[in-house]
Design a protein around this ligand. Structure first.
Ligand code: CA
Length: 511
């Protein structure tokens, strides 16, 4: 039996320690700024020269910049699913963006990163692009949009429900479309005025709801969302808060506020990046002014790589490379599809101006914030998420992640990163390629050909007849993925293929 007085003094000591800890340091606030389609080369701290991103650069100079960070999917919707749940989206068979008529794709019983923060007593909000659906089967745009973010652990939601390139062009606040009027409802079979860029894509606005639509002007979405984020932070500043701020910048259409138009050397695409940088500055300045900067972990990253549609082509012609030197674009299993900027700032905890080449991913958010708030995940929560907090605050010698599964637009291109190696079980990028670089030329061959990118399997924008059926790259030696070395290392590819199969089979089991 332990000596009673020793037990008593140990208890007293730990009690004293808890009191001191509680008064000395409030749990840190967390702000995650999740940009849309921002590529690896789209900011000046990652090498861009045709745009200027002083606020994002400042985050990097005051925090840590990651050079090997990846969105676990190269597509908007599944990438957001990964971030919120810590589960690979491929496990639920999610590969593509969702649109107007899709219900909530996250099971409200599933633990999200917002739930984790709620458990720790945080105020939580999602502001910005949702893109994960509303409602049981299909959204009721005229009525209650439930379940949605509020059923997944967020106390507050304001933003655009789908994506800024697709209807409905309205704002949603909590469970309702902003400005919806029972006397002026949406009419599904009626086609309203559709912006020209959407007409070209064959997308029509849904009709009715003139009042609600009139409140939405895509030129002012960025500034509106920034304003909402700033006011929510000010409102909640007295208690720990978690803000998931998903900007519509820099997804097409590129519609910066007039104050940013013509400010970059990369056309509207670059101007939209300038607006994104201003948005980041609004958030960081608010944290500073409210005395919150020291005790707030800010994470800035993107949901997938950069695109090369019309605006992207214009930017490229002016010398701006969305994804830096990486091969491919959004939607691809190639690096340009998913390797993204990732910056973390937490003064006093993350060394200022540092750089890390740790392999990290947005799917790691839930495990990381669980650790940050001294909690533990149960086995069925965030099964694919790794705690990367040690890579944020220190420089671990060993990799935290020995592998990462990366999904592209096509199911055939579910790929595996392991150490320096990248294995893609099919040919080409697996992106959402269109046959020509027209109104909306996507990733895949035409874009790569347009951009003059080199790959040993390709010639004049086509796959060579003799090209291998699968791909293997050593990213340490060849991060541009110019040379498919699968014929030189068939045993590595075979082992990675087996590992990928094992991971697929480990459904719902923590890896
Ligand atoms: Ca996106």
């Amino acid at each position: 039996m332990k000596h009673p007085s020793k037990v008593h003094s140990a208890l007293l000591a730990s009690y004293f320690f808890m009191i001191v800890s509680a008064t000395a340091q409030r749990a840190p606030n967390v702000v995650v700024i999740f940009a849309d389609d921002l590529g690896y080369g789209d900011t000046s701290c990652y090498g861009a020269t045709k745009v200027r991103t002083p606020h994002i650069d400042q985050l990097a100079s005051e925090g840590r910049r990651f050079t090997d960070a990846h969105a676990a999917s190269a597509v908007c919707t599944p990438s957001r699913y990964c971030l919120l749940t810590g589960e690979y989206a491929f496990r639920e068979d999610y590969w593509a963006p969702i649109f107007l008529k899709v219900g909530l794709i996250v099971d409200p019983n599933q633990t999200t990163v917002a739930d984790v923060m709620k458990r720790s007593g945080y105020n939580t909000a999602c502001i910005g692009k949702w893109h994960l659906g509303f409602g049981e089967e299909t959204p009721n745009w005229n009525g209650e949009l439930k379940p949605g973010p509020l059923e997944l652990g967020f106390d507050y939601y304001f933003g655009i429900p789908v994506v800024n390139s697709h209807p409905p062009f309205v704002y949603v606040e909590n469970h309702h479309v902003v400005g919806i009027d029972p006397n002026d409802p949406f009419v599904n079979d009626e086609v309203a005025d559709t912006p020209i860029h959407l007409e070209k894509m064959g997308i029509n606005q849904i009709g009715g709801a003139k009042a609600a639509h009139s409140l939405y002007d895509d030129t002012y979405v960025g500034t509106t969302l920034a304003g909402k984020a700033v006011s929510w932070i000010k409102e909640k500043k007295d208690n720990p808060f978690f803000l998931y701020f998903a900007t519509t910048n820099i997804h097409h259409p590129f519609t910066p506020h007039p104050q940013f138009q013509g400010t970059s050397q990369a056309g509207r695409y670059g101007d939209f990046i300038h607006e994104l940088d201003w948005i980041v500055g609004e958030v960081t300045q608010t944290l500073e002014e409210e005395g919150l900067a020291e005790n707030t972990l800010v994470i800035f990253t993107s949901d997938n790589g950069g695109m090369i549609n019309l605006g992207g082509q214009e930017a490229w012609k002016r010398g701006h490379n969305q994804n830096g030197d990486l091969l491919g674009f959004k939607f691809d299993a190639w690096e340009g599809g998913h390797r993204v900027p990732f910056i973390a700032r937490w003064p006093g905890n993350i060394p200022a101006g540092s750089v890390s080449d740790q392999l990290v991913s947005n799917v790691d958010l839930i495990a990381t914030l669980t650790a940050l708030t001294n909690q533990e995940l149960s086995d069925n929560e965030g099964p694919d998420s790794f705690n990367i907090l040690p890579a944020l605050t220190g420089q671990p010698k060993k990799p935290i992640r020995d592998h990462l599964v990366l999904s592209a637009f096509r199911k055939t291109h579910l790929s595996l990163r392991e150490g320096d190696w990248m294995y893609i079980p099919a040919q080409a990028g697996g992106g959402f390629s269109s046959p020509e670089l027209g109104t909306h030329g996507f990733g895949g061959f035409p874009a790569v050909n347009f951009a003059g990118q080199k790959n040993s399997d390709m010639e004049n924008g086509n796959i060579k007849l003799e090209a291998p059926k699968e791909q293997l790259y050593n990213l340490r030696e060849d991060f541009r993925q110019t040379n498919n070395v699968i014929r030189d290392h068939p045993e590595i590819a075979e082992a990675m293929k087996r590992h990928l199969d094992e991971i697929r089979e480990a459904n719902g089991t923590r890896l």
